[in-house]
Design a protein around this ligand. Structure first.
Ligand SMILES: *Cc1c(COP(=O)(O)O)cnc(C)c1O
Length: 393
């Protein structure tokens, strides 16, 4: 009901998708049940043939999961959403539902490492060709496009260098070849960027990050047209990587504060980027909110703010980068991001550690690079936390 009224994001984030039981609960109910009781044998038969749409089993449908799906679909401006057990399960499901042997995928080189592994280790094994291209180089996307191309896959801004790609241009390019553009919108969330409005066909999320926002549950979701989402649903019901109702309930609670949190993450990240940019021990700051960043104007156009993740290089190498990390008392040294708690990580030896030296160099993953996900703590405290290590360099 709230979805069609033209309400703004803040209203949808709190209200969209809720369906109350006859008990009248104010907060969304958690339906922690694996199966459902049929009122009669005839109704059971009708549900199994699909004549009746009631619940059968929680691998197929669950009311709490459905509320989460409807809310995130409303926020992304999509017709439908499909919730999955993790972000990777969302990407796997869309590959299994939409690709067949002989198809080609063009994927940005700067996507989540496990996404790359899914494409190369498994999709290629089943006869899907995968080409990797530079996110911001339209010519390389164009050059890789051919008649077999089915999907273009990208994240913007990228991790960890915060490069920004033009969603509308890439959507037009995909459509010119009859292909689909898939955007992993995990870093921005619909609070900052709505790829479907810019022409993308499908949005995927790791709900584990900002949608939860407090580092509690693993989950994922895909959003798009009813036609594509119906295909994903069939795969999900068959193969089983569906979202736990408990996790869906946690994500529903997370979404209620999504915009408030994202605005606060962005404010803190922008302030931290400006501050880092002035530190003598810092060589370079990668954050699209800084006017000198090459993606600044494009990000200002297609995002409402610049996000909560940034990276920077220190003067020196691994030893200096590790010194900054090890001197932190607030920032948690963990690879997770999108949490109320600030996190810090050394990509070259963790998230991107398995890349060859050549791939690291090409991706800009140098030994002196540090990535931070800026949380909701006080900005002055965060600056002092980083300064403890930086001052020693
Ligand atoms: C974490 C992440 C994923 C994978 O999500 P999981 O929930 O960990 O499976 C995919 N894409 C991006 C950008 C991520 O940060």
């Amino acid at each position: 009901m709230f979805e069609d009224e033209g309400y703004s994001l803040d209203t949808l984030a709190v209200r969209a998708g809720q369906s109350r039981s006859p008990e009248g609960e104010h907060s969304e109910a958690l339906y922690l049940t694996s199966s459902y009781v049929f009122p009669s044998a005839a109704e059971a038969a009708a549900r199994f043939t699909g004549e009746s749409t009631g619940n059968v089993y929680s691998r197929y449908t669950n009311p709490t999961v459905r509320m989460f799906e409807q809310r995130i679909a409303a926020l992304e401006g999509g017709e439908a959403a499909v919730a999955t057990a993790s972000g990777m399960a969302a990407i796997l499901s869309l590959c299994m539902a939409l690709l067949k042997s002989g198809d080609k995928v063009i994927c940005s080189r700067s996507v989540f490492g496990t996404t790359t592994a899914l494409f190369t280790r498994y999709m290629e094994k089943f006869g899907v060709r995968v080409a990797f291209v530079d996110l911001t180089d339209m010519h390389s996307w164009q050059g890789a496009l051919d008649g077999d191309t089915k999907l273009l896959f990208m994240e913007t801004p990228s991790n960890p260098l915060c490069e920004v790609a033009d969603i509308r241009q890439l959507a037009d390019l995909a459509h010119s070849a009859g292909a689909l553009l898939v955007v992993d919108n995990c870093f921005c969330t619909p609070a900052l960027q709505r790829p479907l409005e810019l022409g993308a066909d499908i949005v995927v999320h790791s709900a584990t990050k900002y949608l939860d926002g407090q580092g509690r549950c693993v989950g994922g979701v895909a959003v798009g047209s009813k036609e594509f989402m119906d295909e994903l649903v069939i795969f999900l019901r068959t193969a089983g990587p569906s979202m736990s109702p408990f996790n869906a309930w946690v994500f529903l609670k997370g979404l209620e504060t999504l915009n408030l949190r994202m605005q606060a993450h962005c404010r803190n990240a922008l302030a931290l980027a400006w501050w880092l940019d002035e530190q003598a021990a810092v060589e370079k700051v990668n954050y699209a909110g800084l006017p000198k960043h090459p993606g600044h104007l494009l990000a200002a156009k297609q995002q409402s703010a610049f996000g909560g993740v940034l990276s920077f290089t220190v003067r020196g190498g691994r030893e200096e980068a590790w010194k900054v990390i090890d001197n932190c008392r607030i920032f948690s040294c963990t690879a997770n991001l999108g949490d109320a708690k600030s996190t810090i990580v050394h990509p070259a030896t963790t998230t991107h550690g398995r890349l060859s030296e050549e791939d690291k160099a090409r991706a800009g993953i140098t030994e002196n690079l540090i990535r931070v996900s800026v949380g909701l703590e006080d900005i002055g405290d965060l600056q002092r936390d980083l300064d403890r290590g930086l001052a020693q360099l």
